[in-house]
Design a protein. Structure first.
Length: 192
């Protein structure tokens, strides 16, 4: 009977995320992940052939975790409520997942995007295309027609919550309920 793997790809990515959140993406190395996960370095190399594969897997997993609820919120009805829920999701998800939020806020370039494999870059492009498509669909449902309107929507649903999160996570390391409510209020007023 085969032995169950002690150190899974998920547990190694969890260790990588913790390192990235506390020390920055530059500190994520194969040996640092092995040490943080208390795993033999061979376990890390078995699942991720190199650092670029590890970093891209961490980034893509984080994006998938975030997009799950964000894309669902964007597709909600009515459109104005969907926009508010999407903005709330950014802040609530980050409050509930501060390690992943710190990874996401660092941006893909911090995770060595230029060194990723073609497959990883294609996977990232597919995720970004889906996000852009859903944002465009919500923009249309809100009655926005021009590029400036779409940019305003991205500012409200992505940039505003991200700025609030960046300030809080870099300061206290936590996100307050007050921030969730403030972002919602600003988005509601902007849409009115």
């Amino acid at each position: 009977m085969p032995r169950k793997a002690t150190h899974t790809a998920e547990s190694l990515l969890d260790a990588a995320a913790r390192i990235a959140a506390t020390e920055g993406a530059a500190a994520v190395s194969m040996s640092a992940v092995a040490a943080a996960a208390q795993a033999p370095s061979g376990s890390v190399y078995y699942r991720f052939p190199d650092r670029a594969a590890l970093l891209s897997a961490l980034w893509l997993r984080t994006v998938d975790r975030f997009h799950h609820g964000f894309l669902e919120a964007l597709a909600g009805t009515p459109a104005d409520r969907a926009a508010v829920q999407a903005a709330r999701h950014v802040v609530e998800w980050s409050r509930d997942n501060p390690v992943d939020a710190t990874v996401l806020l660092a941006g893909r370039s911090a995770f060595g995007y230029t060194y990723w494999s073609d497959d990883a870059r294609s996977a990232e492009a597919a995720r970004q295309h889906r996000l852009s498509t859903e944002l465009d669909a919500l923009s249309t449902r809100l009655g926005y027609r021009g590029r400036a309107d779409r940019e305003r929507l991205v500012l409200l649903l992505v940039d505003l919550p991200s700025a609030a999160l960046r300030r809080q996570l870099s300061g206290t390391g936590t996100v307050s309920d007050t921030t969730v409510d403030a972002v919602e209020l600003i988005v509601r007023r902007a849409l009115a």
